[in-house]
Design a binder for this molecule. Structure first.
Ligand code: DO4
Ligand code: MG
Length: 274
């Protein structure tokens, strides 16, 4: 298993706690490779031994689009039904949880995505905001899932709850997506891996929660297959797999909050709210 970290100085690849600076590594080549693991192995072999850089990392994304799956965990279905009850939108979330076709939506491009220790944003016209901790899949241009990262699908619950047709505005805006700290290539987190989130405000934890990957309703291959069905991703794609942790309805994010999302086998993604 390899962990690929992206910084302004280039790519560092870690394997069994040994790191190399991989001067020729290219993320777009990884996502278009028929065998991304083999490509990573070769680039690791060509690299110069180095220390793992400390501090911030750039999001592991280049020309890829970020998409997201929704209502893949029971907790997400419940929270969405609650927030959209007054608009009458609740039954759509109930139906999609059990439907054969998953909910998939466009989430971000590289320039809307933030890396580890960068800032994420809340919208100026939103009054109820949450982070959504999500295991995120790296999928090559042939539709094969080959890698994993930690994702934060920042969401406006007030805008989505007002009308389900406002979903793109609730989900896609400047700084609405965070990815990192690294991209893991090779064996991914197993079903028993924990996804946990902690939100701190002025040094105090104001929310924490977790779920197990096993709680997801759909398989990763199923989500990837639907995303690629009758569609093309010449540079591959990143796919957030949905959230299984939603804070209670009286919680909203504030500027200055620190969001820390950890997934076993990948690492911890930390972002401050701008
Ligand atoms: O249905 C709206 C969005 C759902 C979502 O983002 C999630 O379940 O994670
Ligand atoms: Mg989500």
């Amino acid at each position: 298993m390899f962990s690929i970290y992206r910084t302004e100085a280039g790519y560092t690849i870690e394997k069994d706690s040994s790191c190399v600076l991989a001067g020729d590594f290219c993320l777009d080549t990884l996502f278009t490779s028929e065998d991304p693991l083999k490509y990573t192995e070769i680039q690791y072999g060509l690299g110069q031994s180095c220390e793992l850089p400390s501090g911030a990392f750039l999001a592991p994304i280049s020309s890829q689009e970020v998409w997201a799956a929704g209502v893949t965990y029971y907790r997400s279905r419940d929270a969405r039904m609650e927030e959209s009850e007054s608009s009458g939108g609740d039954r759509f979330y109930d139906m999609v949880y059990d439907a054969e076709r998953p909910e998939l939506f466009f989430k971000a491009t590289a320039d809307r995505s933030r890396g580890h220790l960068d800032k994420v944003c809340i919208r100026s016209d939103s009054s109820w905001d949450v982070p959504e901790p999500e295991l995120t899949l790296a999928i090559n241009s042939s539709g094969k899932v080959f890698g994993y990262t930690v994702g934060n699908d920042m969401s406006s619950r007030s805008i989505e709850g007002e009308n389900p047709l406002y979903l793109p505005q609730a989900k896609v805006y400047r700084g609405s997506c965070a990815l990192g700290p690294c991209l893991v290539v090779g064996s991914g987190p197993g079903k028993e891996a924990m996804i946990s989130v902690k939100i701190s405000r002025s040094g105090e934890v104001v929310f924490s929660g977790n779920t197990e990957v096993s709680q997801i309703k759909r398989s990763f291959d199923e989500l990837a297959e639907f995303l690629f069905r009758d569609n093309e991703f010449p540079n591959g794609a990143l796919l957030m797999t949905g959230t299984g942790v939603v804070p209670d309805s009286d919680f909203t994010l504030s500027s200055g909050d620190l969001i820390s999302i950890s997934i076993d086998g990948i690492g911890t993604l930390e972002n401050e709210v701008e």
